[in-house]
Design a protein around this ligand. Structure first.
Ligand code: DX5
Ligand code: ZN
Length: 212
């Protein structure tokens, strides 16, 4: 079953509640939350307080937290306490990646790892048994509204060949026009920011995405 995860980064910063309720009413059961530190990526977004507010408002929605942080180990407890369901760290950070993945699972959360476009799938081969989710960045992380980089998509099948059986999520520039290509490449979750929050009729779009 294909999962659609609207990325809250693309909601209007002054009308997040309005925009998020629209995509939830349209049928979204996952929200993707991009956390940015201005260091790992040259941008800022929001923090644990936003996760907590969404947790309280939407107790049954899966909160898929994407940590674009250079030192996620400093904040894992905060995002666990805030109510994240899945926590994804980046494979490119310097810290103890397997240790963090184990800590996320020990906290009862889904553990994910993300690959920037230039990072090969084989880099995370040693960690696959520690993972519930792999997040393939199809744009350089840091900003919504970019164009999907199709050369990142072969990593999906490469990960299946390495034996990974969990969620394969694609993040960045995904829209209705390229969604067939992304699904054919092996994605089981589509992260959609701009496409989800600018859609005239998000319900019709979500249905069209799942129908193909
Ligand atoms: C970029 C974020 C993406 C982004 C997706 O660093 O990780 O989740 O918000 O937004 P769109 O779909 O607009 O590319
Ligand atoms: Zn993201």
């Amino acid at each position: 079953m294909l999962e659609i995860a609207p990325s809250v980064l693309a909601a209007h910063p002054l009308y997040v509640a309005r925009d998020v309720s629209k995509v939830i009413e349209a049928g979204a059961s996952i929200l993707h939350l991009d956390i940015m530190d201005g260091h790992f990526v040259p941008n800022f977004s929001f923090g644990p307080a936003m996760v907590k507010a969404l947790r309280v408002e939407y107790p049954n929605v899966l909160l898929d937290v994407h940590l674009m942080l250079s030192q996620p180990e400093r904040y894992l407890d905060d995002f666990v306490a805030a109510g994240a369901d899945q926590i994804t760290i980046h494979s490119e950070i310097e810290g103890d990646v397997p240790g963090m993945l184990k800590a996320i699972r020990q906290a009862g959360k889904g553990a994910g790892i993300s690959l920037k476009p230039a990072t090969p799938a084989k880099k995370i081969a040693p960690y696959l048994d520690l993972l519930d989710l792999v997040l393939i960045m199809s744009v350089e992380p840091g900003f919504g509204g970019q164009i999907l980089m199709p050369e990142t998509l072969p990593k999906l099948k490469a990960l299946r060949s390495l034996g990974f059986e969990g969620v394969l999520s694609v993040d960045g520039g995904v829209n209705l026009a390229n969604s067939h290509q992304v699904k054919q490449a092996g994605a089981t979750r589509l992260v959609m920011g701009t496409a989800a929050f600018t859609a005239e009729d998000p319900k019709a779009m979500f249905e069209a995405l799942s129908a193909e």
